[in-house]
Design a protein around this ligand. Structure first.
Ligand SMILES: *Cc1c(COP(=O)(O)O)cnc(C)c1O
Length: 481
């Protein structure tokens, strides 16, 4: 593929600017004038259009390819959500207006208020903050809420318990909040080892952070016992609910006994994400934590007007400029309104059905370390292929790219060796999922018969196997002639 600079032909132009007016040039002054030879490529408009369109098509995206990236919920985002969030009244609004003239932004405040009440209902919680910009930011918010709660009660606690199969951000967030992290190993059923948990539980424990469903795609069957044991020691229960897609309309974290839950609106409630943003890690809390939420929250006065409420007595302060990523909030509100109650239930049923379909269909070909009914994702291991023919999870991922599929998450969760973590989501057709299953079976067969073919994949991309560490550390975003 020739880069745009290499397509340059002397004298070729895209847009003609006309000759510069001498008097204008004089008035600018020499030191502000750029050199006549700028080194820019000389190309036609058509060259430019084709170059950039072709570059954009080299990417994988949900709009172009099946994207079963485990723990990321890369579902299709309906375009109506995009259209509404781009309406000038939303997109062109400066959030500071809400601080100086609430009356002029009632619609946007109502949207935040309505979305917050939807999310409180979906999670079974009492209060919501929309401020955090991402899931991990929501976790930090949750940990700060936890710390403020214990401080207010004079509790001296320094430990947060995080099971091994939690998302990697959980222990990091607890540590950033100043806690010591105690991790609990996974049991043979893919849940937390209850014996070890019981041993670790004491009055020093501030909270228990559970990813539910966890990164093995499993629902903790012993969740009631875990909640009870934590309660005995006045430890708060934190639910990493980034994977709410699996339990929407089926189970509510608040009913289960959680005190804090963060949701990734950019996963479950529609927003194209990846590559670092944008996101919204909205946090919902139980009654006893409402008073600690970040301010402002959007409240409704008796006369029906919406306003910014700064009055929460024990607020941990502000976590974001204004209200978080507002356009993500708009998309989520539209998504929930379009689907309604029945639609949301249907989302989680289909997401779970699709994951279990893949789990059962691929079980003869790949090892399944935790083989029971899963939730929204299933985790295979390539260790059988490694043992037999030296084919690793990375080779399988690369072979999928060659076949037109975005790879699943690999080498995560860490508790599964050679992990292949597949999350199909609810928005894919049976035909697409079957084509993916066929590709996975084809790859498993090749691993047996001709493993060398997999070692060189992908053969149909401009770059086949970059040095991933170097590509990330020495990212080159510009091209110099
Ligand atoms: C994605 C994810 C996170 C982190 O969310 P970010 O928005 O990427 O910060 C945390 N926990 C779980 C279970 C996730 O899947």
């Amino acid at each position: 593929m020739k880069l745009i600079f290499e397509k340059s032909v002397p004298g070729r132009t895209g847009v003609s600017m006309g000759a510069a007016d001498e008097s204008v040039l004089k008035s600018i002054g020499d030191r502000y004038l750029r050199a006549t030879d700028s080194g820019l490529p000389e190309v036609s408009e058509l060259d430019v259009v084709r170059h950039y369109l072709r570059l954009s098509q080299l990417n994988f995206s949900v709009d172009t390819h099946f994207y079963p990236l485990g723990s990321c919920t890369m579902k299709y985002n309906p375009k109506v959500n995009e259209a509404v969030s781009s309406l000038p009244g939303f997109a062109g609004l400066h959030p500071y207006l809400a601080y100086i003239d609430e009356g002029s932004v009632q619609g946007s405040l109502e949207l935040i208020h309505t979305l917050s009440s939807f999310l409180a209902e979906i999670t079974g919680m009492a209060g919501v903050t929309t401020q955090p910009y991402a899931g991990a930011h929501g976790e930090l918010a949750g940990i700060l809420l936890m710390a403020a709660y214990h401080r207010s009660r004079g509790n001296k606690k320094r430990v947060v318990i995080v099971p091994d199969e939690a998302h990697g951000t959980n222990p990091a967030s607890a540590a950033m909040g100043g806690y010591d992290v105690v991790s609990i190993p996974v049991n043979s059923g893919g849940g937390m080892d209850l014996e070890r948990f019981r041993e670790a539980m004491n009055d020093e424990v501030a909270g228990v952070m559970l990813t539910l469903p966890n990164t093995l795609g499993m629902f903790h069957p012993e969740i009631r016992e875990i909640v009870e044991m934590a309660r005995k020691h006045d430890a708060l229960l934190y639910n990493d609910g980034a994977n709410l897609n699996a339990i929407l309309g089926k189970a509510r974290p608040g009913d289960i006994g959680f005190d804090i839950v963060h949701m990734n609106l950019h996963k479950t409630f529609s927003t194209p994400h990846g590559g670092g943003g944008p996101g919204a890690g909205v946090v919902a809390v139980s009654e006893k934590l409402v008073d600690f939420l970040p301010t402002p929250v959007v409240a409704r006065a008796d006369d029906g007007k919406f306003y910014l409420d700064f009055s929460l007595k024990n607020s941990i302060g502000s976590l974001a400029s204004f209200f978080g990523n507002f356009a993500v909030l708009v998309r989520a509100a539209v998504y929930i309104m379009m689907l309604g109650r029945e639609g949301l239930i249907d989302v989680s049923e289909k997401a779970v059905l699709n994951a279990n379909y893949i789990r059962v269909k691929l079980a003869p070909y790949y090892d399944l370390p935790y083989n029971r009914t899963c939730m929204h994702e299933c985790v295979f291991s390539a260790r059988r292929q490694v043992r037999k023919s030296g084919v690793h999870a990375i080779d399988i991922a690369k072979a999928l790219i060659e076949r037109g599929f975005h790879p699943p998450t690999i080498y995560f969760p860490l508790v599964v060796d050679e992990a292949l973590m597949i999350e199909p989501t609810e928005t894919e057709s049976k035909e697409t999922i079957d084509a993916f299953i066929d590709a996975m079976i084809d790859i498993a067969n090749l691993a047996d018969t001709d493993p060398g073919r997999l070692k060189n994949a992908p053969n149909n991309t401009p770059v086949s196997r970059p040095d991933e560490t170097r590509a990330a550390r020495e990212l080159k975003l510009t091209w110099n002639p």
